[in-house]
Structures are given as structure tokens and as C-alpha cells.
Design a protein around this ligand. Structure first.
Ligand code: G1P
Length: 276
């Protein structure tokens, strides 16, 4: 039903310098797979077949990753190493990739608006690849959200409870719980101080957006950190329409910081070790 998934991937990844000096942060591996590939797999599982990626300067490795590497494939043709490329080959057969560049870093809302040309007039998913989400096979976080969309047909953000001391890193919502784990958003603040936060329900990097969000984004002035915030656009939307926040099932690793990245690496390594 929702076919397109947007990956804002133009950011500099300054928290991982120097690793991200010449390499996109979305290509940092957890075990043997780059972060963005986990995101693409989650999107495919949710029913998407078109990945719309907003890139920027220095991000060409992402395009190369989801393309054929003739030389490499020729080299390993007929060897047992071919198996390592099976997953990515399936991805390339299953879906299409389209790219556009964000010329200036003016915030997540701006990045999403930049992708209007790739998305058009249909509802779409958004994955921030540095939030790595896992759950039982077939029941990924985006899959859960798409199922919820089928019922409500409105914008949905994924949330989780965080410590009050951490709310300043997130968009934070408050609202009324209308079904188990489903909140009707009444307020939404980007990176509030803990004493000003409306709750400890933090938005994580999974969204479903309806295409009318583009018109809202067009008229959204810069907010927190002088950036155009999707949080502000969604709050605007929530004032006249239903916007939902969904407490997802599963585990999320914040791979945008060292702690979450290492934790994910450890957990994925254990899974790998068990299966080998
Ligand atoms: C972005 C959003 C924020 C959200 C977060 C989730 O912030 O602006 O609302 O909570 O992603 O990861 P960033 O982490 O890009 O600063």
C-alpha cells in the first residue's frame, strides 16, 4: 500500500569523525552490513519497493553499494564468497533506488521537503538509518507502522520512552492514548530541555507521512537550531488533522552515538556467532 521509503542521508555524521570524514555515516557497518542496508531491508519487509534517498556531497558510496560491482562480482564468481552478496543482490532485484541531493543542510524537515520530487503525491515512509530497529522477522517497526496506517490513514511517528535526562536529543510528543500504545498527538517539541518537555515519549527515526506534509513543510520556518524541523510541521498538521505516535514493539539502537553503535555491534555479533 505504501510503496516508497525515504532515507534522509545528507548529514555529515560529525559524531563519528574521523571515520565519517570521507565515508557516509550511513555506510558504517554493524557486523558486516552497513546501517542503510538494515534500513532498506526493514522498508522492503514493510512492503516498500522504491527507496528514495536524499544524499549530499561525499555520499556516492551509498549509490555504489546498491549497484552492481562488475569487477568484484567477476572476481568472486563461482566461489563460496558469492554467498556474501546474496542479500544485497536480492535487494537490488526487489526494489528501485532514486536519489536527489540536498544542497544545504537546513534540517530534517528541509531534507524531507527536498525529496518531494522523488515521492510525488502519495503516502511514504521515512527511515533515519542511524536508528537501527530490530524485532521478530516479519514484524519490523516499519511493518507495524504500515499496518497502523492501513487503519488510520494519517501521519504516524514511532516513539519510545526515554529517561528525562535524554529528551533534549529528541522530538518529544504528548497526547492521549486512543488504543494500546497509540497516541493522538496534541503537542510535539523538538529537543526540549527536560524541565520543558511535555513527556518522556521520544520520537525515533521512523515516520509515515502523508503527502500534504510537503505543503506544510514549505511554510514551516526554521525552528530549533535554526533548522526546518519535521517536528514543527507535524505539530502544525496535528492542529487540524489526526497525527499518531506509536509505541513500537522491538528494540532500537541509536547508532548515531558511540554507545548505541557498540551495543548494536555486540548484539549483532552474538547473533552472527550463534549462526556460524
Ligand atoms: C531527528 C529529529 C528528532 C528525532 C530524532 C530521532 O533528530 O529531528 O525529532 O527525535 O531524529 O532519531 P537528529 O537525531 O537528526 O538530531
Amino acid at each position: 500500500m505504501i510503496k516508497k521509503c525515504l532515507f534522509p542521508a545528507a548529514g555529515y555524521g560529525t559524531r563519528f569523525l574521523p571515520a565519517t570524514k570521507a565515508m557516509p555515516k550511513e555506510m558504517l557497518p554493524i557486523a558486516n552490513k552497513p546501517l542503510i542496508q538494515y534500513g532498506v531491508e526493514e522498508a522492503i519487509e514493510a512492503g516498500c519497493d522504491t527507496m528514495a534517498i536524499v544524499t549530499g556531497r561525499g555520499k556516492r558510496a551509498i549509490e555504489d553499494h546498491f549497484d552492481i560491482s562488475y569487477e568484484l562480482e567477476h572476481q568472486i564468481n563461482g566461489t563460496n564468497k558469492e554467498q556474501s552478496l546474496a542479500g544485497i543482490r536480492t535487494i537490488m532485484q526487489t526494489c528501485r533506488f532514486s536519489y536527489t541531493r540536498q544542497l544545504e543542510m537546513k534540517g530534517l524537515g528541509h531534507a524531507i521537503h527536498t525529496a518531494q520530487t522523488l515521492i510525488g503525491n502519495e503516502p511514504f515512509c521515512v527511515i533515519l538509518a542511524d536508528d537501527l530497529c530490530v524485532n521478530a522477522p516479519g514484524m519490523g517497526v516499519l511493518r507495524q507502522m504500515v499496518d497502523l496506517y492501513a487503519k488510520y490513514q494519517c501521519c504516524i511517528v514511532a516513539i519510545e520512552e526515554v529517561a528525562l535526562a535524554e529528551v533534549h536529543q529528541y522530538g518529544v510528543i504528548c497526547g492521549q492514548e486512543i488504543a494500546n500504545g497509540v497516541y493522538q498527538v496534541s503537542d510535539m517539541v523538538e529537543k526540549p530541555k527536560s524541565e520543558e518537555a511535555p513527556s518522556n515519549l521520544a520520537v525515533i527515526g521512523r515516520y509515515i507521512l502523508t503527502p500534504d506534509i510537503f505543503e506544510v513543510l514549505k511554510n514551516t520556518p526554521p525552528g530549533k537550531n535554526n533548522e526546518i524541523q519535521i517536528t514543527d510541521a507535524l505539530l502544525q498538521q496535528a492542529q487540524s488533522k489526526l497525527v499518531l505516535a506509536y509505541k513500537f514493539q522491538g528494540k532500537r539502537y541509536d547508532c548515531g552515538n558511540m554507545h548505541g553503535f557498540v551495543q548494536a555491534t555486540n548484539d549483532f555479533y552474538h547473533l552472527y556467532a550463534q549462526s556460524h
